[in-house]
Design a binder for this molecule. Structure first.
Ligand code: GUN
Length: 285
């Protein structure tokens, strides 16, 4: 029987800490949230981000643009937000409509306001161990581990998935915490055998319930980044929870595991900045 890592509870703790810091330090923080088009899932995410801002005492400034917005118009808005001193974080919700080059938009955001941690400068800073904004989902996973009492240093960690947003920064963060890190992907030979080496297995492969007990060492900590809607309407992750839970020592559920941490760490980034300000009272990542 594994302990369940309660992401809902830990994310609430972090948002509460953000709220207290804003109040105590009398911080004036503002996040610009840019949504292009009418993707319903993106609208829900953006709504939740704005709610989290309200909770934490952070101002959210919303820019909802039609799907017909040109790349040039979006780049102009980003430029305006970069120069606006009242805005300290800029979030352009992805995916963008296909006629807009996402990479170009990410590069246009000032690295100092890139609270998503997607700008190549921030990715580079992470890779050479300098302060910088860190992608929210992997940063949230570090918090889940630390706040659940999981020792990372010296452990064998296997990350399945090599996306720019989760897999790669996750591996870098675990390395920074002194884990011995392996990154796996679709071409990895004998994936179950590699995964079975892991003390900490982080799964971001994007396939429902793919990882069953045959991939998991007895007593491993298993973190599931996936979220999928099944035919019966219920949500599931990349991990087959019922198969893995009896083998693992700790496991994140879906929903209520990694998911809520992304917005909590976004609030962390908006409130605490990029770790470069030595006067900030609490830098967790
Ligand atoms: N789309 C899905 N997740 C994210 C995220 O974390 N940030 C942004 N900007 N877009 C997303």
């Amino acid at each position: 029987m594994a302990d369940i890592i309660d992401g809902k509870m830990i994310s609430n703790q972090i948002k509460e800490e953000c709220r207290e810091t804003v109040e105590k330090e009398k911080l004036e923080r503002a996040l610009a949230v840019v949504l292009v088009g009418d993707d319903p899932a993106s609208a829900v995410y953006v709504g939740n981000k704005k709610k989290a801002c309200d909770f934490c005492g952070v101002k959210s400034v919303s820019h909802e643009l039609p799907a017909s917005t040109t790349e040039e118009e979006l780049l102009e808005l980003v430029d305006k937000l970069n120069r606006d001193d009242s805005i300290n974080g800029i979030l352009v919700q992805l995916p963008l409509p296909s006629h807009i080059d996402e990479d170009k938009v990410i590069r246009a955001i000032s690295p100092d306001k890139d609270v998503d941690g997607f700008h190549p400068e921030n990715v580079g800073r992470l890779s050479i161990g300098q302060p910088g904004y860190v992608s929210c989902t992997p940063a949230g996973i570090i918090q889940l581990l630390k706040r659940s009492g999981v020792e990372i240093a010296g452990k064998s960690c296997v990350v399945i998935g090599r996306s720019n947003i989760v897999g790669k920064p996750m591996a870098l963060l675990m390395l920074r915490e002194n884990a011995t890190v392996t990154i796996c992907h679709s071409k990895t030979r004998d994936l179950p055998a590699v995964c079975k080496q892991a003390d900490i297995l982080i799964v971001a492969i994007g396939r429902p319930k793919m990882i069953d007990a045959s991939y998991v060492k007895e007593g491993a900590v298993v973190i599931d980044v996936g979220i999928h809607r099944q035919e019966n309407g219920k949500l599931c992750g990349d991990v087959d929870f019922d198969s893995v839970e009896p083998v693992a020592s700790k496991i994140t559920p879906v929903p209520g595991g990694v998911g809520p941490m992304t917005i909590a760490m976004l609030m962390h980034n908006v409130v605490y900045g990029n770790g470069a300000d030595a006067d900030m009272p609490w830098i967790a990542i």
